[in-house]
Design a binder for this molecule. Structure first.
Ligand code: NAD
Ligand code: ZN
Length: 392
């Protein structure tokens, strides 16, 4: 049996991406707003634009009950100047602000660092009417989001993502969590933010490799949901060189819209949200086996998408032209399309931890075409044949 839940994202994406988005007049300039529609008063906005941090309050509704805010960030984000404007807006709204910096990097997603945030919140003290504000990449978002999910049995969190990966992916959708020595993201909660504010200007201070990594997830949205994203990426070469961030802003907005739609259709990953795992089956095994950090997440996803495109092609789903097009685009963006050679048995062990696929099979998201994903369960020999071809 293949195609466990059929074809297409089923969230109205192909025909009308961007219909969800409207342009808003901010105090200075325009912002785009998409909504994560969760029903029962839980819908929240994702606002995308340039220069939003200085006028945060005009873009997101800060609940009137908020008296105090704990702003969680990391030293490089502070040094890049992205924390001060957020704090200034909160102070201007009459909110008492406490800053809490956590160490940089993935190791910050740890129990002791989490406990440090809880204790900082208790020292303020934050009440259940107050607010946690996460300013940073996916590490800060996951960690501060989980702190907010658990402190006081859950208080509001505002996500202010400052990496490309966090703006298009990590900050949207409510997944929060930390790592254990036994594995990544093993402890966590679904805790939706009150809003997500993506100021594309913050991306100008990112190290090049971390910016490029984020394009891996954007290519994913192009392939599983929105052909215009692919076309934009193929057109624009120097996407972020110089001062023109308008193409990047559009790509972030369209990607955020794709994620918002998919999450809105399937908050807890019972169906279409699984399509977001395109490129992640092999990508995750690659990250696990190389030790997190050597290959960045977006780079592992790029390599994983090549594997998924080729598995789809081998099994008669994906047209060869799409495989070629995808690989060419990833390489053009400066992303890797081949990974290091890995122990094949170990790769299979990591991928096969997903027991739902059945014995000697693994679940893969593949493409019937652009914006036409499906879940299949190829055999080990099919996957191995693809990895042999790739020398992986
Ligand atoms: N919750 C989800 O749905 C989800 C989805 C994808 C990834 N994630 C998680 O996200 C994490 C990775 O996030 P990431 O890729 O953003 O990495 P990251 O948060 O570690 O940020 C990368 C680096 O960039 C720095 N930085 C952040 N913004 C900056 C800026 N504007 N200017 C200069 N430096 C800046 C950070 O301090 C850090 O050194 C992983 O832990 C992953 O598990 C979560
Ligand atoms: Zn990812």
């Amino acid at each position: 049996m293949t195609g466990s839940d059929g074809k297409g994202t089923g969230v109205g994406g192909e025909a009308s991406p961007g219909v969800n988005a409207e342009r808003l007049d901010g105090v200075s300039g325009l912002a785009r707003r998409v909504e994560v529609r969760l029903g029962a008063g839980r819908t929240y906005p994702v606002v995308v634009g340039r220069g939003l941090l200085d006028e945060l309050g005009s873009h997101v509704p800060l609940p009137g009950s908020v008296r105090r805010a704990l702003v969680v960030s990391q030293p490089p984000v502070l040094a890049a100047g992205h924390v001060d404007p957020v704090e200034a807006v909160l102070l201007g709204a009459g909110i008492e602000v406490t800053r809490h910096l956590v160490p940089d990097g993935e190791p910050a997603k740890a129990v002791d660092v989490l406990a440090g945030i809880w204790r900082a919140a208790a020292a303020v003290p934050l009440t259940r009417d107050d607010l946690v504000v996460a300013v940073g990449g996916g590490v800060v978002g996951d960690l501060a989001g989980f702190a907010a999910a658990t402190y006081g049995r859950g208080i509001a969190v505002l996500q202010v993502p400052t990496t490309l990966l966090a703006q298009v992916d990590a900050a949207i959708g409510g997944k929060t969590g930390i790592n254990l020595p036994e594995g990544k993201n093993l402890v966590g909660a679904f805790h939706q933010p009150i809003a997500v504010v993506c100021d594309v200007n913050t991306l100008a201070t990112l190290p090049a490799r971390i910016l490029v990594e984020g394009f891996g997830e954007i290519v994913k949205y192009g392939l599983i949901h929105d052909h215009l994203v692919l076309e934009r990426l193929e057109q624009g070469t120097p996407l972020v060189q110089g001062d023109d961030l308008s193409v990047l802003e559009e790509l972030v907005a369209r990607s955020a819209d794709a994620k918002a739609r998919i999450v809105g259709a399937d908050e807890r990953e019972a169906g279409v949200r699984a399509y977001l795992n395109f490129g992640h089956t092999y990508g995750h095994a690659l990250e696990t086996l190389t030790g997190y950090g050597e290959v960045l997440h977006g780079e592992a996803v790029a390599i994983g998408m090549v594997v998924a495109l080729r598995v789809g092609e081998r099994l008669g789903h994906t047209p060869l032209e799409l495989v070629t097009r995808g690989e060419r685009l990833l390489a053009h963006l400066g992303l890797p399309v081949r990974g290091p050679r890995l122990d094949r048995e170990a790769v299979w062990q990591v991928m096969a931890r997903d027991k739902k696929a059945g014995p000697d099979r693994v679940r893969f998201v593949v493409l019937d075409g652009i914006a036409a994903p499906r879940v299949i369960t190829p055999t080990r020999s099919d996957v191995d044949a693809v990895l042999d071809d790739l020398g992986a």
